[in-house]
Ligand binder design. Structure first.
Ligand SMILES: NC(=O)c1ccc[n+]([C@@H]2O[C@H](COP(=O)([O-])OP(=O)(O)OC[C@H]3O[C@@H](n4cnc5c(N)ncnc54)[C@H](OP(=O)(O)O)[C@@H]3O)[C@@H](O)[C@H]2O)c1
Length: 768
């Protein structure tokens, strides 16, 4: 039993090292020690992140609202850092030497995602623990080591789990060396010629139009994704084949084995919380950092996106508020066991105050009935009514939806770009994300709901009972006091939904501005002059489909049929229409080859005649097809002092009506013989896909233009390199692939409908 003075007195003057303080539990623990155990000094092991050192991170951590009371008492963050808080920079993959005057270590750091890549999980949860223990051993005798584990190290068993070592005979060293070796194995496999051929073939089918380097970049991204997925899959499979739910609990159990070996000669306590959720009371009701286990499901349910669940309503879900966990850790810390007699403590609710899924569901539903999410203008989100049909029925529902989504996605991905297909693509993407989420969480939860564990917490309750009365109030961790409906409806749900409600509001505001292009400051205004760089900015415009609604075949017909007699026209049209389907198919894969085959049809035409036809008869038609919004935008760029460039695969005569709008026009030049007659070839390769980006880079260098400050406007997936080359890309009425890319990368998307986009039918033969 603790002496009457209690926890604070026992820990007074102690020096404790904490790991994982930037995480959810560690942060609450640090706050507890600084707020309620006045004389304790802490050293925090924190790794640097990006350009922030460990000390920078601690400084910003102590500036968080949760530490307001502690800061106020100390004066400020610097005063805290000068007096009670020290920083030791280090990573669990390379634990540094520890201070020599430590009394205790609480190890909270861990790879906590349920499906981590197998090598990461072993490195942090097993190797990190072993190295830390090695450093503790070197730092001195009798340092009390408190290991924060998880109750779910028990694995896929059922029934009551006692507070003691987990019964298994897994060869730790064999699993550890296997786990650490997997990245190299998987990386090697990902580079095998069969796998690469497979990935490359798909990438070239999907992205070949934009260029082979774009396809190569997509293939490499896919390979990396495959490696990441495979490392997760291997870890999960190995964990399940040995009797654990996932790689997280498997590696935590392996970590415990290392701790148990060390405990033979040292004072060691192992604390095993169940699923940790928001605070019941301290630092304030509902305090939570990051979303882990139950929150994504609670939020998805409130959004109407979780139609069913694979648990039975009588299954117990073991939840414990974070302040109970932290109070238990502090009480454990204050009462070191003897060397060779490690203490095990479950901090859980299932044994004495079980919460059943059915009750959790009722409480969450009641909360949303009173405080619904709203979906746009449609009012309160409709909540699905769960019937708990069983894991197999939920799996069938999910698999059917996944198959239907795949088919729909295939069809939409190949449909021509239109408002309707873009809308469908957006809806399908949203549905795809939901299905992925459901697959991930339902797979995870199915495991946890099948185990049906009850975590006995006799040791924890004995410790609690041993505390002096004032500590039992101050460091409460008896989970029977929790009234679940009050906790869920009045504390937890409001806390986890608050950030999302804020985000929704921000999104709604952003949506109102969607489609509005950035306002350009006319040249000579203060801002522009202050930037002093408007002349180094260019705006690159694609022509067909972006500036005006036309395509190369249509414009070919406008031009060529005008100079033919009626008989010639009929013959020509017949021949062309036979070739058209093949040409259009080819266009999907190789736009350059497609343009060349269309331009062969100009063989025999006189270039001067083509120019004349455009000037005399086609200018009005071209201008009629020009989107007014596009013209306005070009003019705004000019007014802002930007250089305007038209970059197109169309032949140069057709760009003549647009010449007054642009400083430079880069178009396809038809090759002519000595008499000015077109040969059917081009003077140089047409600018498509990556060739456009490469031309832009050269042009920008020669003209002292900064591409990162420049604008690009285009409509098609094949224009991806053009848009990627500039800092301010805008997708104009994009096809489905470009639309998806633009949304993923948060590019602007605009709809410049041209007046003739559906088309006043042009009589290509004109008045001749
Ligand atoms: N959350 C739960 O529901 C739950 C339930 C049972 C048990 N636990 C246990 O409680 C402990 C804390 O969990 P949590 O929810 O607070 O996790 P968390 O929020 O994800 O925090 C993890 C902490 O570990 C640190 N960390 C991870 N890898 C590290 C590395 N290689 N080197 C140094 N630090 C590293 C992180 O630091 P960075 O900020 O640098 O990434 C962070 O401070 C874990 O041991 C976990 O197994 C948690």
């Amino acid at each position: 039993m603790c002496d009457v003075a209690g926890i604070a007195t026992r820990l007074s003057g102690r020096h404790v090292l904490l790991t994982g303080v930037t995480g959810f539990v560690g942060q609450a623990l640090l706050h507890r020690l600084l707020a309620d155990v006045a004389e304790v000094t802490v050293t925090l092991l924190v790794r640097p992140k990006g350009s922030n050192s460990g000390r920078d991170r601690v400084r910003s951590l102590l500036g968080q609202p949760i530490f307001a009371d502690v800061r106020e008492r100390a004066g400020d963050v610097d005063a805290l850092l000068d007096s009670r808080v020290r920083v030791l920079e280090g990573d669990m993959s390379a634990v540094p030497e520890l201070p020599r005057d430590l009394d205790a270590v609480v190890h909270c750091a861990g790879d906590v995602s349920f499906n981590p890549p197998v090598d990461h999980a072993f490195t942090t949860n097993v190797v990190g623990t072993r190295d830390l223990l090695g450093r503790i051993e070197a730092a001195g005798d009798d340092i009390h080591y408190v290991h924060v584990s998880t109750a779910y190290v028990a694995g896929r068993r059922r029934g009551t789990v006692l507070e003691g070592p987990v019964d298994h005979d897994v060869d730790l060293e064999a699993e550890l060396s296997w786990g650490l070796a997997q990245r190299e194995v998987v990386e090697r496999e990902s580079r095998s010629s069969d796998r690469l051929a497979d990935i490359r073939g798909k990438a070239e089918r999907d992205h070949g139009r934009a260029g082979l380097l774009t396809a190569a970049a997509a293939a490499e991204e896919k390979r990396r994704e495959w490696v990441a997925d495979e490392l997760v899959r291997l870890g999960t499979e190995r964990a399940r084949s040995l009797g654990w739910t996932d790689c997280y609990t498997f590696t935590k159990a392996m970590g415990e084995r290392i701790v148990e070996a060390y405990a033979a000669d040292a004072p060691v306590s192992i604390v095993r919380p169940s699923i940790i959720e928001s605070s019941l009371a301290t630092p304030q009701p509902g305090w939570i950092e990051g979303f882990k286990m139950a929150e994504p499901l609670i939020l998805a349910y409130g959004r109407g996106e979780l139609p069913e669940f694979p648990a039975a309503p009588d299954t117990v879900i073991d939840i414990v508020p974070v302040d109970h966990v932290v109070a238990a850790i502090v009480a454990v810390l204050a009462q070191p066991p003897d060397a060779g007699a490690p203490g095990y403590f479950h901090v859980a609710s299932s044994a004495r105050n079980p919460l059943r899924f059915g009750d959790l569901y009722d409480s969450v539903r009641r909360y949303y009935d009173a405080h619904p999410f709203t979906s746009g203008d449609r009012g309160a989100t409709r909540l699905p009514e769960w019937r708990f049909p069983g894991a197999q029925a939920v799996e069938r529902l999910l698999s059917t939806s996944e198959r239907a989504h795949k088919v729909a996605d295939f069809v939409v991905g190949r449909a021509p770009g239109s408002d309707r297909t873009r809308d469908l693509a957006r809806k399908l993407d949203r549905q795809g994300r939901r299905l992925e989420f459901l697959r991930r969480y339902l797979d995870l939860y199915r495991e946890y709901t099948q185990t049906e564990l009850r975590f006995a917490d006799d040791n924890t309750m004995r410790l609690y009972a041993s505390l002096p009365e004032q500590d039992r109030d101050r460091f409460a961790f008896d989970t029977t006091v929790i009234d679940w409906p009050t906790y869920i409806e009045d504390i937890h749900c409001p806390a986890v939904t608050a950030p999302l409600r804020k985000l929704d509001e921000a999104r709604r505001k952003r949506k109102r501005n969607d489609g509005a292009l950035e306002r350009l400051q006319p040249r000579g205004t203060d801002q522009n002059d202050a930037a002093g760089s408007s002349h180094n900015v260019a705006a690159f415009f694609d022509m067909d489909g972006t500036m005006l609604s036309s395509n190369v075949i249509e414009t070919y017909l406008w031009l060529r049929l005008r100079e033919m007699s009626a008989a010639e026209r009929a013959g020509h049209l017949g021949r062309l229409s036979a070739r058209l389907p093949g040409m259009v198919r080819a266009e999907r894969h190789d736009r350059t080859a497609f343009l060349r085959s269309v331009y062969r049809e100009y063989e025999g035409a006189r270039l001067a005649d083509l120019n004349e036809i455009v000037d005399a008869a086609l200018t009005d038609h071209v201008l009629a097809r020009l989107a007014a919004a596009a013209v306005r935008r070009v003019r705004e760029h000019r007014a802002a002092g930007h250089r305007t460039v038209l970059i197109t695969g169309a032949i140069r005569p057709l760009t003549r009506p647009l010449a007054p709008l642009f400083d430079h026009i880069e178009a396809a030049d038809l090759a002519v013989d000595d008499t000015g007659v077109c040969t059917g070839f081009l003077a140089s390769s047409p600018l498509t896909g990556e060739a456009r980006a490469s031309w832009m880079r050269n042009w920008a260098r020669d003209n002292d233009v900064d591409l990162s400050a420049s604008y690009g406007y285009a409509d098609s997936h094949s224009d991806l390199p053009l848009l990627d080359a500039v800092g301010r890309p805008v997708a104009v009425r994009p096809d489905v692939t470009l639309y998806r890319h633009a949304r993923t990368n948060r590019w602007r998307i605009v709809d410049w409908a041209s007046p003739d986009s559906i088309g006043r039918p042009l009589n290509p033969a004109g008045s001749r």
